[in-house]
Write a protein that binds this ligand. Structure first.
Ligand SMILES: C[S@@+](CC[C@H](N)C(=O)[O-])C[C@H]1O[C@@H](n2cnc3c(N)ncnc32)[C@H](O)[C@@H]1O
Length: 252
């Protein structure tokens, strides 16, 4: 289990923060999969430090709720208040909102942390209005991206894949919870292009769950090789990865 109230909570903004232009690209990408009318009320479930949450209020023009269990993550989010956003302590398994209170639920890289995924998805169904849409942005163990930095950490690919479920199993959990999954996983492209040095600087603060599961000697050796490459070739343009997302609907 990753402790977002501990070290991860203290490095997340430095290692995973995104520019306002990137936030706008993400929310614009989400807009393609949700109802066209405005305003839309949105739940950012597992919102962490709120890096996307105020952007959801701008894009969808409704009331936005950021629900987050880790006090340290939520406290960082609350440092950047927005009139359209309310942050609440809670979890996917127990969402502190009434039934049928939002049009959209965003789950951005949080699903793999949930203790009880079916209960969490049942809660997502409960808080969604009829015809509402949930965007499950996650990785799938049978659809893993080929990240360039895996070459520095021999066990990272397997460690990452073990954190996620295959596509069909994820869809089956959604169906069990009363949600209707889209036929295909969609790929959202919104990530900022970065150089090798920029990638190294962000990854070396270890704000990714993967690094919590790697042995200390592998981390040390991997980051030493990574640092040397970043020093040698700092401006090399690195690949931009698309974000796999399953679109779930609460049937009317
Ligand atoms: C990788 S962070 C993603 C945060 C945010 N969505 C973002 O993209 O920046 C994962 C978040 O999920 C939260 N989380 C862990 N267990 C959860 C649960 N059962 N329900 C909701 N969120 C949870 C963690 O506390 C953490 O803030």
């Amino acid at each position: 289990m990753v402790d977002y109230d501990g070290r991860m909570g203290s490095v997340y903004v430095e290692g995973r923060g995104i520019s306002s232009a990137e936030v706008a690209r993400w929310t614009g990408a989400f807009a393609a999969y949700v109802p066209e009318r405005r305003p839309l009320d949105v739940l950012d479930l597992g919102c962490g430090t709120g890096r996307l949450t105020p952007g959801l209020a701008v894009e969808f023009q409704g009331q936005v709720y950021g629900v987050e269990p880790a006090d340290r993550m939520r406290a960082a989010a609350e440092q950047v208040p927005h009139p359209g956003v309310t942050y609440l302590k809670g979890s996917a398994e127990e969402i502190p909102l009434p039934e049928a209170s939002v049009d959209v639920v965003l789950m951005f890289l949080t699903f793999h942390h949930w203790m009880d995924p079916v209960q969490g998805l049942r809660e997502v169904r409960r808080v969604l209005r009829l015809g509402g849409v949930a965007l499950l942005r996650t990785q799938f163990s049978d659809l893993m991206p080929d990240l360039f930095w895996y070459e520095y950490f021999p066990s990272a690919r397997a460690v990452d894949a073990a954190m996620y479920l295959p596509v069909e199993e994820t869809k089956a959990l959604a169906v069990e919870a009363g949600l209707e999954p889209g036929a295909d996983v969609v790929q959202l492209t919104a990530e900022e292009p970065r150089t090798l040095r920029q990638r190294y600087e962000r990854l070396s603060v270890r704000a990714l769950s993967t690094f919590e599961h790697l042995p200390a000697d592998e981390l040390e050796a991997g980051f030493a090789r990574f640092a040397a490459d970043a020093e040698r070739d700092p401006d090399r343009a690195m690949p931009v990865y698309s974000a796999s997302t399953l679109v779930l609907t609460r049937p009317r």
